[in-house]
Design a binder for this molecule. Structure first.
Ligand code: HXC
Length: 269
């Protein structure tokens, strides 16, 4: 579908996108690129990164791939530094890297719980910490900008209520949302950095959907969830553009739910 945003909405901006080689992260990478941004994508798998960078470049987008695991502090630091060295500035950090699997709480080991917290929650904070100096108003590369950069954290709606077999992800995304609000307060006030989130509903063609049992969702969920509708990666990318370009300049500390109202759903009487 055609974008309602102007093609230069993100012109001249540099975006670093963790998990940007696949799924929702890749769609954000390509839509940001199509709207004028230069893109650095971070991921653990070289082949995935290489394929994603080729696809972006074939669209005429300036893109680089940087291998790294958000759980490793030294990787986070190196990737942020390399992005700055390559493009000379960093305007937008998107924390899209995430880990997930279905596990009943009684079967989940503490290490399984910790692993997802490490990727989603600690990884997000680590990337934000490393990017801070470049995102600050007046920071390196931002001398010509009248404000700081922005951060976008990809979250979920699982933890608004409770979700079967998702205790680890629910806890991790609750921490991500708290991180969004607290950084919005501190860094918004001190550095004019806007920090927001997006909580996607079920999005077709994503690793999240394939890992979380699409057959069950397809067959049963539609009956008891009146608002059930699959979203497209495009829907999330458009929200990401809105929050990251000038249209979102007064939005800070908000996690936008993009799920067609699903989390509000109740069985029909
Ligand atoms: C129970 C499991 C498990 C499973 C792993 N563990 N898979 N426990 N059921 N299916 C446990 C392991 O037993 C281990 O604990 C611990 O978790 C770490 O497992 P590793 O395999 O060593 O971890 P690692 O290789 O680092 O892989 C991390 C991962 C993996 C999260 C487990 O799936 C991954 O890398 N995922 C990244 C891609 C991904 O998941 N994308 C989907 C994002 S979708 P023990 O105690 O045995 O040592 C998404 C959507 C959220 O986030 C919202 C949806 C609505």
């Amino acid at each position: 579908m055609e974008s309602p945003f102007k093609p230069d909405a993100l012109k001249g901006r540099v975006a670093l996108i963790t998990g940007g080689g696949s799924g929702i992260g890749f769609e954000i990478s390509s839509q940001f690129g199509k709207h004028g941004a230069s893109i650095a994508i971070m991921g653990r798998r070289k082949q995935v990164l290489d394929a994603a960078v080729s696809a972006l470049r074939s669209l005429g987008i300036q893109a680089i791939g940087l291998e790294g695991d958000v759980r490793k502090h030294e990787d986070a630091r190196r990737v942020v530094e390399s992005t700055f060295k390559h493009f000379g500035r960093i305007d937008i950090l998107v924390n899209s890297a995430a880990g997930n699997f279905l596990a009943a709480a009684e079967d989940l080991s503490p290490n399984g719980f910790r692993t997802v917290l490490d990727i989603d929650a600690v990884g997000t904070f680590t990337m934000c910490s490393e990017a801070l100096k470049y995102l600050k108003k007046g920071g390196p590369g931002r001398e010509d900008s009248s404000s700081g950069g922005s951060i976008l954290n990809i979250s979920a709606t699982l933890h608004y209520t409770a979700s079967w077999y998702q205790i680890h992800v629910s806890a991790a995304k609750a921490a991500v949302d708290a991180t969004t609000r607290n950084l919005a307060l501190e860094w918004g006030t001190d550095y004019e950095i806007r920090v927001n989130g997006i909580a996607p509903g079920p999005i077709e063609g994503t690793p999240g959907m394939s890992k979380l049992g699409p057959e069950e969702i397809e067959s049963k969920a539609r009956d008891y969830m009146p608002l059930y509708k699959l979203g497209e990666k495009w829907d999330i990318a458009m929200a990401a553009i809105y929050l990251s370009c000038d249209s979102g300049k007064y939005v800070n500390g908000s996690t936008m739910v993009v799920d067609s109202g699903l989390w509000l759903s109740k069985p029909r009487h």
